[in-house]
Design a protein around this ligand. Structure first.
Ligand code: DP6
Length: 365
């Protein structure tokens, strides 16, 4: 795809408006781990978006050809937040070569996060995908193009990637793949693509994600630092091969409706991700003793009941228990009776597959 780069800011009239988007977090089943500049993944990854874990962004903009770009204000849940403001400021400045109007834009952002307070779930994919959608919408408004077309979403996915790699997968609902692979024609390192419904068996259409909170604190090692350690990792090449092989197997499992194979692959991916962290230089451990206890409980439950409940982990100690909605009657009591005692303050979040980002009407912040 050619992403349009150039144009004159003065092509745009003096104008102002507001655009609002709500966008979700996503949970990776095959993990993105390691990247090249600029946010090009070392391996392809696959995820689905969540329903309840969303960020809403409302962007008020005025374009004045006589003024330079400025992110005038940024608030999160009604509070001024200077740490996020400076990251978003850098991000928007970095988008100027793609969106010439930004060079003369004054922007106010109000954001709201539905992420339960200190749940230890990363909100950056939700936030950057919502930001990218807002900027692409402003561009569409200024140029009179319709938002929501395939080209619009692809451009938003490309732009979201520049903020946070995994954010490019939050643009679409269903199963979403990011990273060039021969296993999916049309896939790209620069943006994500949605798997067509004929490639996903109906058994995988309604997946649930119970997020078991083991620790809600800030991580000792950020994902960015973890990605960087992959450059000199002794297993880097093997990891690339493993991720490709796991992706191929997962695509087959999704198409054929093979739930146990799906589970085997996602658990292998989660444990491999954490093994890569442990075998980095320096090595580090993000799992906690209760993470391991929970993993064992989940495997034991499966052995005893044959329910389809499988774990995955992101770069943190919390567990995502993935299961089809049809098994909820068996899985929910198991979570309540056996898992919550191992969660921090008994906390878990009942989430599941969502329908993707939504444009919110003006003024409905
Ligand atoms: C373990 O997308 O947060 O969640 O590109 O540096 O922003 P940056 O990293 P990020 O990494 C996510 C890593 C992961 C796996 C995944 O989501 O695929």
């Amino acid at each position: 795809m050619t992403i349009q780069l150039s144009g004159q800011a003065t092509d745009f009239p003096r104008t102002s408006g507001q655009t609002c988007w709500q966008s979700p977090a996503n949970i990776a089943l095959v993990k993105y781990w390691g990247k090249y500049p600029v946010q090009i993944p070392m391996n392809p990854s696959l995820s689905f978006v969540l329903k309840g874990s969303v960020v809403k962004i409302c962007m008020d903009y005025s374009i004045d050809p006589d003024s330079p770009f400025e992110l005038v204000s940024f608030s999160l849940n009604g509070q001024v937040n200077d740490i996020f403001k400076s990251r978003i400021d850098n991000y928007l400045e970095g988008l100027v070569p793609f969106f010439p109007f930004l060079k003369h834009a004054q922007i106010h952002i109000d954001s709201e996060s539905s992420f339960p307070h200190s749940a230890g779930i990363a909100s950056s994919a939700a936030a950057f995908s919502a930001l990218a959608l807002c900027v692409c919408s402003i561009e569409a408004e200024i140029s009179g193009k319709a938002p929501g077309t395939e080209a619009f979403l692809r451009r938003a996915s490309f732009m979201a990637r520049l903020g946070s790699g995994s954010a490019c997968r939050s643009i679409y609902d269903g199963m979403v793949l990011w990273g060039k692979t021969e296993q999916l024609p049309g896939s790209s390192d620069e943006y994500a693509v949605k798997l067509e419904s004929r490639h996903v068996h109906r058994r995988f259409m309604k997946m649930k994600d119970a997020v078991l909170i083991v620790d809600s604190g800030t991580k000792k090692v950020s994902s960015s630092a973890g990605h960087a350690l992959m450059h000199h990792h002794p297993y880097r090449e093997q990891r690339k091969e493993q991720a490709s092989a796991n992706l191929g197997r997962l695509l087959n499992a999704l198409q054929r409706g093979e739930m146990p194979l799906f589970g085997e692959i996602i658990e292998n991916e989660a444990l491999s991700l954490h093994s890569l962290m442990m075998s980095s230089s320096p090595g580090y451990i993000l799992m906690h003793p209760n993470t391991i206890r929970l993993l064992e409980k989940i495997r034991e439950f499966r052995r005893e009941t044959r329910a389809h409940a499988y774990f995955t982990l992101d770069a943190g100690p919390n567990i995502h228990l993935i299961y089809p909605e049809s098994d909820a009657a068996q899985v929910i009591p198991f979570i309540r009776d056996e898992l919550t005692s191992l969660c921090r303050d008994g906390r878990w979040i009942d989430d599941g597959m969502g329908t993707g980002p939504e444009r919110i009407a003006h003024g409905s912040k």
